[in-house]
Each structure stands twice: as structure tokens, then as C-alpha cells.
Design a protein around this ligand. Structure first.
Ligand code: FES
Ligand SMILES: [Fe+2]
Length: 399
């Protein structure tokens, strides 16, 4: 018994070495694009503050363009987003003593009560590359001088072209798509959120979700990888890096619908095709979910080392006003309540339940993984290999 336990321990350590940088990434992966706000959350003349991987960022829209700057005034260190002060379309003014920065370059342009001050033109706060598309504002977070800035496509799931149903799901950045969703804060490290998102062993937690009962779908209890073809690594040059559960290969990924020992069986009977994949820096794609021909995207954006912002988006093709009206109806009355809330609440619950084990009880060494965790380990290796840097803890937060 002792030998077996020691052997298992040794195996854990050997495999952990292969993804060591990931174990050090409590604050996230840096030099990647992350969603910061929905467009509708940032009206004109409002300054909004977000925190991503320890970076405090102020966002402001002017003449239709969104700017992101460090959300700490250089003068006395207050967060400028605490009180919006937007006097022109070119500047962001701190509400306290009026330090006024250029939106484009972050340089101090004037001080309201000291217009001849020697600090003007000398002091600067940093700016962040920002991109807005289909109702979502993304910010590139990491080293100030990181160049070249990669295209956002490199940090999103691939565009699906082949699809066993013949009907590939829509792509987030396309012109003719419907994109809607929510975001909320989860009380767990971002890595636990990612690892839950596409774990083929976790589907059990959705056993009795409303969507399962309402549609009668035969949702698996889990899926067991049978050979190497169960998982596919996606490594596009200068493009997305990800790992895909090949649920469409039934000989490689055995869907489990019942367990005789404890006499449990998935309640639904309707066979249903769905596939999940995870991309660096932690973006989930679920094809044909919450309904056929729709896609769900999820982002697990590190806030600090113990919380993440959980983004849940529904994406679908939409070519006409009628399509859009119908999508709106289904989103409001089906996708959001049953998919984004009832179904995903279980995921959020599970991640938060793991947090103290991994944070306080050395869970990264103590966990005893099983066969269905192969893809979780695959993800850890992928993230350790393809990240553009490991985010250091911000000043004052130790190591
Ligand atoms: S703290 Fe911002 S102007 Fe003084
Ligand atoms: Fe889930």
C-alpha cells in the first residue's frame, strides 16, 4: 500500500514537472487578449474600472473609440474610475486634483489647478491595446512594451469548418452573428474554472439540470478516453493553441450513460452531438450548445489569484432581422435562463468548491487524477508551453 502510494506520488511529481509554468500562473497568463466589458456597459462619458490579472484598467469611450489606461492616477494613486470626469474627447481627467492625461498616449497634458506645472509632459500612465467587436471590448494585458501585439484571433477558438452535422457553428468575430451573454465574478482561481469547463468527467454535475429535463437530451454522465485520438491538439502557426475533446470519435471517446454499480442512468434518451475545446489563454468553445447550430463561448478571466470573471456568451448565425428577432426571443427565454444560469451555475459551484483545496491544502500535489483527467493534464501542458508569459503578482502581493 505504502509503495503504491509512493509510486502514485512519484508519477504526480513527474507529470507536474511537465507543466511547471502553469503551476506558477496563479495570477494568469500575460500578453494575451481578454474581454473587459460588454459595449453596452460603457456609454460615452463614463469611466469604468476593471481588474484583469492584477492590472487595474480604466476604460473610456470617446468619439466611438474605446481607450484603456492604467486606473491609478500618477499623482496620489486613486483609481480614476471611482468617479468619471470626462471633459473632452481627447482626455481623461482625474476627479481628485485634475491631473489630465491624453487618451491616446497616457501623457499628462495639464493639471486643472496648475496649468504651468513642471510635471506636465513628463508624467505618464500606461495605455493598453483595446479592440471592440460584436458588443465586446477586449484589452491586451501584460508587459507594457510587448511587441508585436498578436491579432485577437490568436487568442480565440478556431473557426469551425468541418462539422459532423454539416452545419458549423458561428464564429465570434464574424459580421453576421448574434452575440449575447453575461459575465459575473467567480470565487476561484482562473485555472480551476478553465479545468472545469471542458472536463469530460464533470458532466455528472449537470445530470438533473433544467435544460436536460426540458429537452430530454441524453446528456452523458461523462466520457472515457480510449486512445490518443480522443484528444486533438490545435497548434496553428501564429494562431490559436487549443485542445479539443473529439466526442465525435465514438471509438476513441466512450460516452458513459450509466453506471450499474450505483444504478444511475442519464435520464434523457435523445442523442445529441456536442463538442468542447479549450484555447489559450482559457477560452472555451462548446459547439452546438445550448441548442443545435449555436455555440457557447466562455472566458475565465483572472482578476487576482483567487477570483476570476466568468464570461458566458452565446453565438449564432444571424442573417436577417427575422433571424435576429427569433434569436433574441430564444436567448431571453431559453439560452440565458436555462443555459447561462441554471446549467452554468453548477459549474461555478464546482469551481468554487475546489478553491480551498488548491489554495490552502496543496491540491496541485495532492490531487489523485483519473482517466478522464487526461485532457485536463493535456491542457496544463499546452498552457505551460504556449503562453506568452506568466503574470507576476502585482506589487504588494508577494510571490
Ligand atoms: S490623485 Fe489624481 S489628481 Fe490627485
Ligand atoms: Fe459544466
Amino acid at each position: 500500500m505504502a509503495t503504491a502510494a509512493r509510486k502514485l506520488g512519484a508519477r504526480n511529481i513527474a507529470s507536474r514537472r511537465e507543466y511547471q509554468p502553469y503551476l506558477e500562473a496563479a495570477w494568469g497568463l500575460k500578453n494575451h487578449w481578454y474581454p473587459a466589458l460588454f459595449s453596452h456597459e460603457l456609454p460615452d462619458r463614463i469611466v469604468k474600472g476593471v481588474t484583469i490579472a492584477g492590472h487595474e484598467i480604466a476604460l473610456r469611450r470617446a468619439k466611438g473609440k474605446v481607450y484603456s489606461l492604467a486606473d491609478r492616477c500618477a499623482h496620489r494613486g486613486v483609481r480614476m474610475s471611482k468617479k468619471s470626469m470626462c471633459l473632452t474627447d481627447e482626455h481623461l481627467t482625474c476627479w481628485y486634483h485634475g491631473f489630465t492625461y491624453g487618451l491616446e498616449d497616457g501623457v499628462l497634458k495639464t493639471i486643472l489647478a496648475s496649468p504651468d506645472d513642471a510635471q506636465i509632459g513628463r508624467v505618464k500612465i500606461r495605455t493598453y491595446p483595446t479592440y471592440e467587436r460584436n458588443g465586446i471590448i477586449f484589452v491586451f494585458v501584460g508587459d507594457e512594451n510587448y511587441r508585436p501585439i498578436p491579432p485577437i484571433e490568436a487568442d480565440l477558438p478556431i473557426r469551425i469548418v468541418d462539422d459532423p452535422t454539416g452545419n458549423p457553428v458561428g464564429y465570434l468575430l464574424d459580421d453576421n452573428v448574434f452575440v449575447r451573454g453575461i459575465h459575473r465574478t467567480g470565487n476561484s482561481n482562473w485555472r480551476l474554472a478553465v479545468e472545469n469547463g471542458f472536463d469530460p468527467g464533470h458532466v455528472l454535475i449537470h445530470y438533473d439540470n433544467q435544460i436536460v429535463a426540458a429537452t430530454g437530451m441524453a446528456l452523458i454522465l461523462g466520457a472515457e478516453p480510449m486512445d490518443d485520438r480522443a484528444i486533438e491538439i490545435i497548434d496553428q502557426p501564429d494562431g490559436p493553441k487549443g485542445i479539443m475533446n473529439m466526442y465525435n470519435r465514438l471509438e476513441s471517446y466512450k460516452p458513459i450513460y450509466r453506471n450499474d454499480l450505483v444504478n444511475i442512468e442519464t435520464p434523457g434518451k435523445l442523442q445529441y452531438y456536442v463538442r468542447t475545446s479549450m484555447f489559450v489563454p482559457g477560452v472555451l468553445l462548446v459547439e452546438h450548445w445550448p441548442a443545435a447550430n449555436w455555440a457557447q463561448y466562455e472566458f475565465y478571466v483572472p482578476i487576482d489569484d483567487r477570483t476570476h470573471e466568468y464570461w458566458e456568451l452565446i453565438v449564432g448565425h444571424c442573417n436577417s432581422d427575422d433571424d435576429r428577432r427569433e434569436a433574441e426571443f430564444r436567448y431571453k427565454n431559453f439560452f440565458e435562463p436555462l443555459g447561462l444560469y441554471d446549467f452554468n451555475n453548477r459549474d461555478l459551484f464546482a469551481r468554487e468548491a475546489m478553491e480551498d483545496f488548491y489554495r490552502d491544502m496543496d491540491g496541485w500535489s495532492e490531487e489523485q487524477l483519473c482517466k478522464t483527467d487526461a485532457i485536463v493534464v493535456g491542457w496544463r501542458k499546452l498552457a505551460a508551453r504556449f503562453n506568452r508569459g506568466i503574470q507576476e503578482p502585482p506589487p504588494g502581493h508577494g510571490g
